[in-house]
Design a binder for this molecule. Structure first.
Ligand code: NAD
Length: 510
């Protein structure tokens, strides 16, 4: 097991360890091991040895433990929220709603639904050659799944992805982000405490090299993170011929049409551009507003963003927007704002770093923006909301689809038919009409990116079957000792099959 040493005063950082800071206060809160490649191989070997026993426990046995883990989570919610807030710099509400609520729901969802999604499927085949034979498709675990997670939602996007993999009967080695490993470690400790076998859910703390070592030896990789890292992981998995599922970056557009409920659109834009300080892969990263409602939308958004309270997350309700979790991210956010301003954009609200010692960037609204600016084309992943006026819906669609990403998108209009027509033309894995994000909670429906935003999806049947190898089993119970297709080849039978072919498929198409 990886050591977590809670040690607020620990400096300097010993070799082989990583210091974990509270992004909102700048304080060092823990040290974790930066696991070597050999250390990762050892964890994977342990997980591999534990896997058959875990699989043998069956769905009911694994589900029972999932429910126990959910019970632990609810009972220990205060400690878990404290840990998430401390390592992430997010507000208590961000931690409670998007991490703990999701995890509690997801633990029950997979515990209840896994067996149905993975039940053997009896195939009725059309082929005359298979007539009378039984064909069954079975889903079975790969063995050891490596989950590599980002820092913005360490529980939901790390442990959350481990849950379906575990319910299949895989063991999991999870590599949390090097800046947010503590809540993940806490969860793995809790899993053992509630009765999970010791080595079926292990945590490999460490940096990118630790992640790369996991990609080198796990049997399947579930990765969430940047497109840049996703490409490397996809390439390595291709070399090893092991499957991977990639949830990557986005630059999600919101389209506000002239007939929209502008008040609702403004509330949703502010909520999902600023929630978690904009550090959400599917946050609203850019807005296109049809000219007739542009001024009204801008006025509402500007007032609402201006009223947000930012600061060190304290008690529930104390602040709306927290810190920037990942140190280099604040430079990127600042560079996007500076680039926009240099090219003629106007800052309507915010625009600067907040006071330290923690890492804060003010909730920011940018106007007079266009696609020559990085804030409209590259992922910002911060509390910024660039708003662009468009002449009509066609221009909005063209600009929304301009770029390499395709994670999520949203359309605001009172004309639902039009909204659905527009949605179908957007290059995105997910589109919301008069809403944002909420389909993520419908765990029955897939969430995954199009284009450079990913390969594969989480949630739904596909979100658990991706952790399985399929095995097709054909059973012949009653048959001739020698079938007509068997040796020796004979001209009479060949003629018979030719006639059969003509009879079945020889008619000319209409
Ligand atoms: P990142 O790609 O820098 O790191 C993600 C994880 O990969 C970390 O654990 C990191 O240590 C590890 N890693 C780095 N290099 C590696 C390598 N060569 N091999 C294996 N692992 C390696 O991403 P991040 O900065 O942690 O997260 C932010 C990004 O994640 C944003 O682009 C965001 O859009 C994306 N994201 C996507 C989703 C989604 O569901 N599509 C969700 C959340 C975040």
């Amino acid at each position: 097991m990886t050591d977590v040493l809670t040690n607020p005063a620990a400096t300097p950082v010993p070799d082989g360890m990583i210091a974990i800071d509270n992004p909102a206060t700048g304080e060092q809160i823990a040290l974790v091991e930066n696991l070597s490649a050999e250390g990762v191989q050892e964890l994977v070997a342990r997980a591999r040895r534990a896997q058959p026993g875990w699989e043998a426990l069956g769905y009911a046995g694994r589900a029972r433990l999932m429910y126990r883990l959910r019970h632990w989570l609810v009972a220990n919610r205060a400690a878990v929220i404290d840990t998430v807030v401390a390592e992430n710099g997010k507000t208590r509400e961000d931690a409670l709603l998007a991490e703990l609520f999701y995890m509690a729901d997801s633990l029950g969802f997979w515990a209840k639904r896994a067996e149905g999604y993975l039940a053997d499927e009896k195939v009725r085949t059309h082929s005359p050659f298979v007539f009378g034979k039984k064909v069954v498709v079975r889903h079975r675990p790969y063995g050891v799944v490596g989950v590599i997670a980002p820092w913005n939602y360490p529980l939901t996007l790390g442990v959350g992805d481990a849950l379906p993999a575990l319910m299949v009967g895989n063991s999991v080695v999870i590599k949390p982000s090097e800046v947010t490993p503590l809540a993940t470690q806490m969860f793995a400790d809790a899993a053992r405490e509630v009765g999970f076998p010791p080595d079926v859910f292990l945590v490999a703390t460490g940096d990118g090299a630790t992640g790369a070592a996991l990609v080198d030896c796990a049997d399947m990789i579930m990765f969430t993170g940047s497109t840049r890292t996703g490409r490397k992981i996809g390439a390595r998995c291709g070399e090893r011929l092991v499957p991977c599922s990639l949830e990557l970056g986005g630059k999600d557009p919101m389209l506000v049409l002239a007939d929209a409920d502008v008040e609702r659109a403004a509330n949703v834009a502010v909520e999902w551009a600023m929630r978690n300080a904009g550090q959400i892969c599917m946050s609203v990263e850019r807005v296109y507003v049809e000219a007739p409602v542009y001024d009204e939308f801008v006025a509402k958004v500007t007032a609402k963003v201006g009223a947000l309270r930012q600061g060190v997350p304290g008690a529930a309700g104390s602040v709306d927007v927290g810190a920037i979790t990942f140190p280099p991210q604040i430079d990127l956010i600042e560079s996007h704002v500076r680039d926009a301003v240099d090219k003629g954009a106007r800052v309507a609200v915010g625009g600067h770093r907040g006071p330290g010692p923690g890492r804060f960037f003010q909730p920011t609204v940018l106007l007079d923006v266009d696609h020559s600016m990085s804030c409209m084309t590259d992922e910002t992943f911060g509390p910024t909301l660039p708003i662009m006026k468009v002449a009509d819906v066609e221009e909005a669609i063209r600009l929304a689809n301009d770029g390499p990403y395709g994670l999520a998108s949203s359309v605001f209009t009172r004309d639902i038919d039009k909204g659905e027509r527009v949605a179908r033309r957007l290059a995105a894995g997910v589109t919301w009409i008069n809403d944002a994000i909420m389909s993520y909670l419908a765990q029955e429906a897939p969430f995954g990116g199009a284009r450079e935003s990913g390969l594969g999806a989480r949630h739904g049947a596909g979100g658990i079957r991706k952790y399985c190898q399929t095995q097709t089993i054909l059973t012949t119970r009653w048959a001739l000792k020698r079938e007509p297709t068997m040796f020796p080849n004979a001209a009479t039978r060949s003629r018979l099959f030719e006639r059969l072919m003509v009879l079945l498929w020889g008619r000319s198409p209409r």
